[in-house]
Design a protein around this ligand. Structure first.
Ligand code: GTP
Ligand code: MG
Length: 372
């Protein structure tokens, strides 16, 4: 599912529930996703709707408008911020001949495929891609069986048989890949057992918040940092030395994003497992993001299923040096416990380190109490 550099038009939707500034933020994020995937965005469209059009998601008039824009810009790709069903993709592709129609999930999968490095994350991406494909195949199937119509209900057209075979092959492939993943995960589990004596901190948060930069800053390491979405896909563990030859293990993991597809979360659960094994969660939040509250909510929601609510959490607002004084005051008012730091400018690192050491000591004391 890799695409060469292509010109793309983006489409966002404002429903009555969504405020305009937030919708714009969502579309700006989609633009970053598209660019990270290698597309050049020529225009963005935003449509206000009361309800989604089941056939094409957006209204027919808007589809025609987009068609003209695609021709003018010589663009070959249209990307929707909202997820499209298989039949919506097909309907849109019919109305926009020669144009590739993608949605947010499709783009995220492309980026994941580009950024996966280890055998494990490659396998996970492959599973997620196949799962994404299955419902789309179903619709192609309906389409083909209809073409074979006129032969009476219950008479299988050739298309139907072919598609059923395709679906079976895909399901079988998914099962095989999952088996391979289980083996890798078992090995990971065995390693995890060995680490039980060490205090572990899971660094989590929205993509591009600065998790890897912070990991590097705290541990003087060289984790890949880039101003793009999903720079990190594979978890890495780094040691933060805290004196007396003791260390804390920091794990830097894949970032979150709104509308992260469910099957992707499920598939990536094992990488996030690094966070689920953690004795403390460090949630890094971009203090400069206008929708930082939504970032916090999304992170919270994803972690809900993964992490014991009793595990202590620290919120660190990163990029504080670039946040406005009003924003910093707002953060202070609403999150008095949270730290304001700058991983890039090396601000607040000592306080953060002390706080982590404090959490480690509490954890050690609890353990001693339990074993005595
Ligand atoms: N202004 C500012 N920029 C920062 C700070 N920390 C990180 N950045 C920048 O933010 C961008 C993303 O940083 P990363 O460390 O890759 O972010 P991440 O959370 O690991 O992102 P993913 O791995 O993509 O989820 C990079 O361009 C960093 O240089 C900071 O304290 N201030
Ligand atoms: Mg990273």
């Amino acid at each position: 599912m890799q695409h060469p550099i292509e010109k793309a038009i983006l489409v966002g939707i404002i429903t009555p529930r969504i405020r305009k500034v937030i919708a714009e933020e969502h579309l700006a994020e989609l633009q970053r996703l598209a660019e990270t995937a290698g597309a050049i965005v020529t225009r963005t469209f935003m449509q206000r709707v009361q309800a989604f059009n089941p056939a094409t998601l957006i209204g027919e008039g808007k589809v025609s408008e987009i068609k003209t824009a695609l021709e003018e810009d010589e663009a070959s790709l249209v990307i929707f911020d909202d997820d499209l069903s298989g039949s919506q993709v097909r309907n849109l592709e019919q109305r926009l001949p020669g144009i590739k129609v993608l949605d947010r999930t499709g783009i995220i999968l492309d980026i994941f495929a580009k950024h996966a490095v280890t055998a494990e994350s490659r396998l996970m991406v492959e599973v997620a891609q196949l799962q994404y494909l299955v419902p789309r195949l179903t619709h192609a199937w309906t389409h083909l069986s209809r073409q074979a119509g006129g032969r009476g209900i219950g008479m299988n057209g050739p298309g139907e048989t072919q598609l059923e075979t395709d679906r079976r092959i895909i399901h079988k492939k998914i099962q095989e890949l999952k088996k391979k993943l289980v083996k890798i995960e078992d090995a990971r589990e065995r390693q995890a057992v060995r680490r039980e004596d060490t205090f572990q901190v899971g660094i989590v948060g929205y993509t591009n918040a600065g998790k890897s930069t912070l990991t590097n800053r705290l541990t003087s390491s060289n984790v890949y940092v880039k101003d793009q979405l999903f720079a990190t896909l594979d978890s890495t563990m780094r040691k933060l030395y805290v004196g007396d030859g003791k260390f804390i293990l920091l794990s830097d993991t894949v970032g979150f994003i709104r509308k992260l597809p469910h099957h992707l979360i499920d598939t990536f659960k094992s990488t996030l497992g690094a966070a689920s094994k953690a004795n403390c969660i460090l949630n890094v939040v971009d203090a400069t993001a206008n929708d930082y509250q939504e970032h916090l909510e999304i992170t919270h929601k994803i972690l809900e299923d993964l992490i014991d609510p009793k595990i202590p959490r620290i919120i660190a607002f990163n990029k504080a040096e670039s946040a406005s004084p009003e924003r910093r005051q707002e953060l202070l008012n609403h999150y008095p416990e949270a730290l304001q730091i700058s991983a890039k400018e090396n601000i607040g690192m000592e306080s953060l380190k002390q706080l982590l050491i404090q959490k480690m000591q509490t954890w050690e004391d609890d353990r001693k109490m339990r074993t005595n």
